[in-house]
Design a protein around this ligand. Structure first.
Ligand code: AGP
Length: 610
């Protein structure tokens, strides 16, 4: 899940590539590199760490030229070092190549190429691609054909862009499993792993599909399949503007994305909520509604935060639509030969729409002839394009690696799907109107919950040096406890676990003492009395209790050291509101610990490798 960019045009490539790379840094920030053609050959530079380190290293170098490629890395094979950074070159430095993905048969190819006299300098899987292209390039075989022949020997996943000193003004790119977008400018072309580096220049794009290769010169662009058939590609429009990917004056994208949730939840419901009829309208499902409505079972598959949203979807769909639902980790689902048939439907949830395990789960379900629906945020993403039907979140680009606004919009969209299907099955008009009204007011409720920011900041200051946290919730709030723990883990590096509150007695309670902050989601719902008893069990072991409670609940303050109040809404929608203070708690604890909130160590925004 690296980020790659390429440029062919009239302007100096260096500034365009560096700016583009910075817009992709959330995809990986272990090392970075760049190669520019200057008509006489290839100049390149690479460095360990962030793109800013690369900029420093090329300060005194004159990388001049109007064609180039660049890369920011999330290390899979070979440590994050300068030598392992991309671009990788062939023996004579005539080929430069950047890659996002994993070459599975690289060891075999490496020993074959070494036997043929090729000399390798890095530990990466990628470097073999540069040498493989070198094997074919020359003797009348142009770069595009050489890349095509090289890729016919490769097993694995890739999004690659290749430049050659022998073909100035030309780039060749290809895709198998990792996303690649082509930006069509006026007399210039852009290549990138997603739309963020392209939107400042043009909104006209094409999305490469698996098994496709593209040759770009200053004059023209040619699309082919890896088996050498020329194809046409539909030109699509990018659906967001540049300001959507700016920080708007916030210190971090994560804080901006937390604070913009009242608007993003409203955007996720725009034109989809029918208050009078007490139902929802989801155009993306209209043609396939019956397969959802009459499904014998629904499987929801996802990873990470999206998997937590799936758990909440399970509670909603079973409570209001009365169809059995199973939630599956995509990485497990794809390998355990799932029992699927035409009566089972699969819903895949993915913010990026590019998560490799979720994409593979989609393909596995389609292989088993199940109808597959997608809930995605990134428009034009692979999962969105490969599922039979689906719903976009419309939450706008999410740049912070820790997902926040996408989560609350995923739960909101799942509530809309539940309302739509529920009204067609067992929900009365009155109940439907109540749910629709509560959905309509959800953005205000979230805005109110955001007002606890200062109080949460003070609590974060008190506990930011703790080494462990426990998060507890029941029913709809159990997945919220999981999500709160994940947010804290991924941006503050504090060990945290989320648990169904009652489960605590069966083990985790042994962890509790005066050094263990325990965050309890204790909003007033059908399990309130039970959660109070769980809080008492924690108090009896001196745990420090931080309770998320319903505004007006006077009882709770007798049981908890800290109480963060949030407004009441329906039990099924409470996860959207109760998650807000947990996002803020993780954010402030991470900032007090001086962590890189937007680009936490070892993580990347979309996990495009297994
Ligand atoms: C969440 O904060 C993480 N970034 C991660 O767990 C993420 O939810 C997971 O990788 C799934 O991503 P997706 O929704 O883009 O498929």
């Amino acid at each position: 899940m690296c980020g790659i960019v390429g440029y062919v045009g009239q302007h100096q490539a260096l500034p365009i590539l560096i700016k583009g790379l910075k817009r992709l840094e959330y995809r990986g920030y272990d090392s970075a590199g760049i190669a520019i053609q200057n008509g006489r050959g290839l100049q390149y530079a690479k460095s360990r760490g962030k793109i800013s380190a690369l900029e420093t290293s090329i300060n005194n170098q004159k990388l001049v030229g109007t064609t180039g490629i660049a890369h920011t890395r999330w290390a899979t094979h070979g440590e994050p070092t300068t030598v392992n950074a991309h671009p990788h070159l062939d023996c004579n430095h005539t080929i430069a190549l950047v890659h996002n993905g994993i070459i599975e048969n690289y060891r075999a190819l490496r020993s074959e190429l070494t036997a043929k006299g090729h000399h390798f300098v890095s530990e990466t899987d990628t470097e073999i691609l540069a040498h493989l292209v070198e094997e074919f390039h020359g003797n009348g075989t142009d770069l595009c054909e050489a890349v095509r022949l090289a890729l016919s020997q490769v097993k694995g996943t890739y999004g690659i862009v290749v430049a050659s000193a022998k073909e100035p003004g030309t780039l060749v790119a290809a895709r198998q499993g990792s996303p690649l977008v082509v930006g069509l400018g006026k007399n210039e072309f852009f290549l990138a792993s997603d739309c963020a580096p392209i939107v400042p220049h043009t909104k006209e794009v094409t999305y490469l599909d698996d098994g496709e290769i593209v040759k770009i010169t200053e004059e023209k662009i040619t699309y082919k399949t890896i088996d050498d058939r020329v194809i046409d590609k539909a030109v699509e429009k990018i659906g967001f503007d540049l300001d959507a990917i700016e920080k708007d004056g916030y210190d971090h994208y994560m804080l901006k994305e937390i604070m913009e949730q009242p608007q993003t939840i409203r955007d996720s419901m725009r034109g989809r909520l029918l208050l009078e009829e007490g139902t929802a309208r989801l155009g993306g499902l209209a043609h396939d509604l019956d397969s959802l409505l009459y499904a014998r079972r629904i499987l929801i598959t996802a990873c990470g935060t999206s998997w937590h949203a799936a758990l909440i979807g399970e509670y909603m769909l079973e409570e209001f639509v009365k169809i059995p639902v199973e939630v599956e980790y995509a990485s497990e689902f794809r390998y355990r030969d799932p029992i699927l048939d035409t009566d089972s439907v699969v819903i895949a949830i993915s913010q990026s729409g590019e998560t490799a395990d979720t994409l593979a789960a989609v393909r596995e379900a389609k292989q088993k002839r199940s109808k597959v629906f997608g809930i995605c945020n990134v428009v034009g993403s692979t999962i969105a394009r490969e599922t039979d039907a689906g719903v976009y979140l419309h939450a706008g680009p999410e740049i912070g690696v820790a997902s926040t606004k996408a989560f609350t919009s995923q739960v909101t969209v799942l509530a809309l799907i539940t309302l739509l299907l529920g009204r067609m099955r067992s929900i009365s008009n009155a109940r439907g109107r109540r749910i629709a009204q509560e959905l309509e007011e959800l953005p205000e409720r979230v805005a109110e919950a955001l007002e606890s920011a200062d109080q949460v900041k003070a609590i974060a200051e008190k506990y930011h040096n703790c080494r462990n946290f426990l998060y507890l919730g029941r029913g709809y709030n159990f997945p919220v406890a999981l999500e709160g723990a994940l947010k804290l883990k991924e941006i503050s590096y504090i060990h945290a676990e989320g648990y169904p509150a009652a489960e605590m007695k069966h083990g985790p309670i042994a962890l509790i003492d005066e050094n263990m902050p325990v965050v309890v989601i204790a909003t007033q719902d059908s399990t309130y009395d039970k959660i109070i008893s769980n809080i008492e069990e924690v108090r009896a072991r001196n745990g420090r209790i931080i309770a998320i409670a319903t505004k007006g609940d006077k009882e709770i303050s007798k049981h908890a050291q800290h109480v963060i109040y949030v407004p009441q809404t329906l039990e099924m929608l409470m996860p959207v509101v109760a998650t807000i203070p947990l996002q803020l708690l993780a954010y402030y604890i991470a900032t007090f610990r001086g962590c890189d909130v937007d680009q936490p160590r070892n993580l990347a925004k979309s996990v495009t490798v297994e």
